[in-house]
Design a protein around this ligand. Sequence first.
Ligand code: F6P
Length: 550
Amino acid sequence: MSAAPVDATSTAAWSRLSELGRDFAPDLRASFAEDPDRASRLTFTAADLYVDLSKNLVNDDVLDALLALADEVGLAARRDAMFAGEHINVTEDRAVLHTALRAPASASLTVDGQDAIADVHEVLDRVYAFATKVRSGEWTGVTGERIRTVVNIGIGGSDLGPVMAYEALAPYVMDGLECRFISNIDPTDAARTLQGLDPASTLFIVSSKTFGTLETLTNARLCKAWLLDGLAGQDASEAVAKHFVAVSTALDKVADFGIDPDNAFGFWDWVGGRYSLDSAIGTSLVVALGPERFAELLAGFHAMDEHFRTAPSASNVPVLMGLVNVWHHNFLGAATHAVLPYSQLLHRFPAYLQQLTMESNGKSVRWDGSPVTTETGEVFWGEPGTNGQHAFYQLIHQGTQLVPADFIAFANPAYPLTDGDVDVHELFLANFFAQTKALAFGKTADEVRAEGTDEAIVSARVFEGNRPTTSIMAPALTPGVLGQLIALYEHLTFVEGVVWGIDSFDQWGVELGKQLAQALTPAVGGDAGVLAEQDASTQALITYYRERRQ
Ligand code: F6P
């Protein structure tokens, strides 16, 4: 059992931060004018990432107090405990070792009597061998056709990571191979995803840590029926063996489903669902990208792990980003946090981060079961720029809420296109630079007037500025850089969780809805007795459904 968390709010650093926050009147124009080195002092590198924190609402006093807070809550010790495989997931009594998934084969780490890294590489080698066979055409469907489409069936962490990374790394996907993803139990998802596919050249990967998730098992059965229907005349068990593989920690349940355990890839209870993209849960990616590119992705994760593990706090990017988030959230009242990738390829990155951050830190009790002592868990959200600029940026620029935002961009485009002699990527990046500048420095009433604006609308056209942003840049969106970015957010989520004293690795909050859905299913199907046991609102909603269902 872990020691009780330090109550962050009772530390000297918290008192200092409260004092600093009380009359905090940020003025980024003045901060930059008074300190010509501000940008360089507050810009850090971590592996290939260049991270500019200078446009956040911080000064040296705030940063010093935040670093002192990290010391007082024992961040370094908790981080080391995580890397060492201690059971820091207290409520599930588990180690938290996603970092072992990307450790080099030469490393070793004994956890609960087992070399975790040796186990990781044994499975990785099997996944690589399988993917190589699919890519080369050696692995065929039951009729002898090569596989052209891989359908990953999974939800939450067994979906969001693979789909996000597949989209992000689209330029690296092998020609002639496509991945699709089915997650929702809304039958529309399976129906539309399967549309146009040829069963003879389709391979399904059923991805589920527990192999007990209703959505995934239902979708897997739908897909099995679709396959067998499309391959009528073929031996059913041979068809399943050639067209279904599984990824799970529960290999016994995989066998019960009818998937040959030889075609299953395992992982371990010390990998949380939302931290599992770099385990066998990434099998669809390995097939799409190839083992070499997947290994580059893992190396990117590992580079960020090493930075997080070894860099001094004052230049440790996940530590600094996590602490600055705490500052904005707990002391300046920012309830939400936007992530705005200037990369269309990262269009699923905010959705991925929503599970990572909110399933991890959306908690009201600490790891010893006591109530939290401060606000936890910002709402993460976002969309790629420039689309967001024409949708919700208005509120970020001129609304009454403080919305810290991370801007992410790459020096080199995946698709270098020109419009006449204009480099379109440059137009795109000009927007990235312009937005962070406008948010930080705004536009004063005098500047608006100087443009000849009618006095009646001057105030509507004023931008107060002092809207905090972090700019993250990298040379290009390679597999390695993607791994670094994901690990950066994993670790900053951990940092925030440690400050708040919460177990960032359980997710009990999703259980009640699952239980109630099961209990309500008979009522939805017409069981009057179960219907009568429900509250009035639920009864009326179910009745509405039953009366109108044709
Ligand atoms: O939504 C809860 C959750 O347990 C997530 O944490 C997990 O990623 C998802 O369900 C899917 O679970 P599984 O991989 O076990 O099917």
